[in-house]
Ligand binder design. Sequence first.
Ligand code: F6R
Length: 611
Amino acid sequence: MCGIVGYIGNRNAVPILIEGIKRLEYRGYDSAGIAGISNNNLFCHKSVSKVVFLEEKVSKLDLDTNIGIVHTRWATHGEPSIDNAHPHVDCKGDIAIVHNGIIENYDLLKTHLESDGHVFASETDTEVLAHLIEKFFDIDGDFELAVRNALKHVVGAYGIAVINSKEPDKLIAAKNGSPIVVAIGKDEYFVASDVAPIIEHTKDVVYLDDNEMATITKDGYTTKTIDNVPTSKKVEEVMWDIDMIERDGYDHFMLKEIHEQPVSILNAMRGRFDHGNECLVKLGGLEGHEDVLAKFNRIVIIACGTSWHAGLIGEYMIEAFLRTPVEVEYASEFRYRNPVVDSETLVIAISQSGETADTLAGVKLAKEMHATVLGVCNVVGSSIARESDFGIYLHAGPEIGVASTKAFTSQITALYLLTLYIANLRNVTTLFNCNLVEALKAIPDQVASILKKENEIEALAELYKSSENFLYLGRGYNYPVALEGALKLKEISYIHAEGMPAAEMKHGPIALITKDMPVVFIAIQDAAYQKALGNIREVAARGGKVIAIGTEGDDSLKEKADHVFYIPKTIDMLTPLLSVIPLQLLAYKIAVMRECDVDMPRNLAKSVTVE
Ligand code: F6R
């Protein structure tokens, strides 16, 4: 939510900032703005809607500056408008700030500042910070001290970048709850919400910790806590390449990421099987924690959205394989309901971005309650990854499409590996482990074979693109896939869709079935197959249109469903890795046909860093 980029160095900051913020647009696209310092004067320009409008505006102004900040907004306080767009400036027009997060006590701060004579131009929480910094700068005339003093008064989450025309050679960044990375170039530095905008310039980064501030000039940087204690930071190397964050000829990032899945699933497994015994899984991130992992008798999985769906699959798998009880919780509920968690509980936090506010808060709560936390994240160095006791990275590469696709299949793959890993620690190894490993290794090719049949999905999309409601039904391991299929359709095509366990349909939703209601059934030949056929008959008997996802070779399914899309056979546990692919494609194709903005769906943003 909200993207930030800052630059200080010898080059003109404006094109660097504009290109950079375009790469962060998936974090929000309600409005955008840029500020810099030219001839000791602050300039600030803003536009509503996507970054391209800001780019257009700025391109006519011939701006030149060696220091600047830029922002793309996902609105929280105040509608998307020029006034509410960042950067926000102080009364004198010297200080400009961009912010990601929420200042919870902004009302109180605003009242105090207004009574001191500060005049506000926006409805945002962020603007209080600009005035607060101004207030302290007026007292001490020291920019760094002013930012520090201001932040001490703030309750809430922030990732900020600030500049001040009275100290035009300093860029200040700080973090509490919302991510900030400082990137180190040659005689130049960048700050950003994540690494996407900086990897074309440098791979060397430091991640700020909570309550930490960086003061950056073009000659170097220092980091300190908000309480002015110097900190020492490890410079880390980003492993992502620039081509990973390009569309690479695809119309949308979502389509590119759907097509990347044969490779991203492979990457989640790469190097994670023991050379001596390929049935054994090794997970580097868990090394040294074997004793802890062997002993848990209860597991709680916390996540949101698509990651929560992956968690549900994890629950079914872990319980079936390890016989350890698992609960899957929405992180937003978990964190506020006084859950039963103690030192005997393993909490698994699943998050692609590693920044989702509710999941991060759930991790912190679990740790306060003495649980051990295992993070399953894609973004290396993200807050959840760093807050967890240990974890597994997905290695899926950057996921930029707002609708999550490749992260889902990588999360499930990571959970399979984790299950096998713990099974081995507990000596629950059977011949089945080896079968599972064999079947897992075959998945990337099987996914590739499904992707080759994209045209079949396109034809289905053409038939059903005008429907206003969809049901998605599945059983067992494919019930979470039904939820995921419905979520994909909702979020990018704005069609109402509901996913549910197929047998639940009889308990109410069957009343919705008419000839205008397409029902997507995952009816593969697994343990629940016969029951699923029964559910299909119930829908067909009421005139509903059935789109079935079936197992290759199951010709009889064609007689029961209006349409069948076939996927290859695998073992039951692994079927979600295949059955979700046609559902991702169906949502994508329908959204494109309805002329929806697939990569930037309305009201959404990737990485929900607010509650
Ligand atoms: C849906 C989607 C969201 C995310 C959710 C959690 O396509 O992308 O539902 O899955 O916001 O995000 P992460 O996994 O980053 O914690």
